[in-house]
Unconditional design. Structure first.
Length: 305
């Protein structure tokens, strides 16, 4: 994650640390989750391929999601050929007849240093247990080299002057739109998450797309880029902020973003991982914090427009 911030960054939220709620007990072992894909059910691979079609749910095992009127109606799954290194993880029990919730999770800057396949595989490894348990379709997009990304979302945001171009914003729009044609997704329950450099980029993307996504979670990072250039978005997107008390980004980049959300009247939830540095905060997703975030998402459907 970069140690940079634009001159337009908003003032630090002075009371962030005292307000951080529900400190998570002990930090897990460090690690940014950039290792190989930990999928064990054959439902995940690079390029968004569902390697084996999941079996239809039996009675009582259906993945349910309210809001069927908002269903995308997609079917068939398949390869997101326009998104190299992207991964899709389909939970056991997915029934195409029932709209499913979607969580889009951005990797950190390890994509620059260790490769995009490793980065998106790490995302799946951190999130898949929680996504399976809660019945979420999990999408891990890879920062697009074709649009100038070097594998680090933070570098891509900086190269765009912290105000992403329509093409950059439209890239993720297009990937999610294609997912909606391949899976039956509840459009009122699409959510964003990102850690480290991914959270950095979401500071620009999430408010710009607040009319599409029901909520966003920033993990070990953030940047109030949208608000610095455009002020408050017309729609208010709730924000979940997970930071470690041993990570300087918690009192800097992440708190700046929480301050921007709060200043625009948006709901925020602040969670502190005690004794955790940057890597340990990210690793905590795999030891309970991913499940906490998805539980928080469960209570928040799209409210705008």
């Amino acid at each position: 994650m970069p140690n940079r911030s634009p001159s337009l960054t908003l003032a630090l939220l002075p009371l962030l640390l005292p307000l951080l709620l529900a400190a998570c007990g002990g930090a897990p072992p460090p690690g940014e989750g950039s290792g190989p894909d930990g999928a064990t059910d054959g439902a995940t691979s690079p390029n968004g391929t569902a390697d084996a079609a999941p079996a239809p749910a039996s009675d009582g095992g259906t993945v349910t999601a309210p809001g069927s009127a908002n269903a995308s109606g997609g079917s068939g799954g398949g390869d997101l050929s326009a998104c190299p290194s992207c991964r899709v993880h389909v939970p056991q029990g997915y029934n195409p007849a029932v709209p499913i919730r979607l969580v889009v999770s951005l990797h950190g800057d390890e994509g620059r240093d260790f490769g995009l396949d490793s980065a998106t595989g790490g995302v799946i490894g951190l999130w898949q247990t929680a996504a399976d348990a809660a019945g979420y379709l999990l999408f891990a997009p890879a920062c697009p080299a074709a649009l100038g990304c070097d594998g680090a979302f933070s570098d891509w945001l900086a190269a765009d002057g912290y105000d992403p171009s329509p093409a950059a914003l439209g890239w993720l729009d297009g990937q999610v739109a294609e997912l909606e044609t391949r899976y039956n997704i509840d459009r009122s329950r699409e959510y964003l998450t990102g850690y480290s450099g991914g959270a950095y980029w979401l500071g620009a993307y999430a408010p710009a797309r607040a009319s599409r996504y029901a909520a966003v979670a920033f993990i070990a990072g953030g940047m109030p880029a949208y608000n610095a250039f455009h002020g408050c978005a017309a729609c208010k997107i709730p924000g979940y902020f997970l930071g470690g008390d041993g990570d300087y980004r918690t009192g800097g980049q992440m708190s700046d973003t929480a301050n921007a959300f709060k200043g625009c009247g948006q709901e925020i939830h602040l969670e502190l991982v005690t004794g955790a540095d940057h890597e340990a905060t990210i690793a905590s997703l795999g030891t309970g914090n991913a499940a906490k975030i998805l539980t928080w998402f469960d209570d928040r459907a799209l409210s705008c427009p």
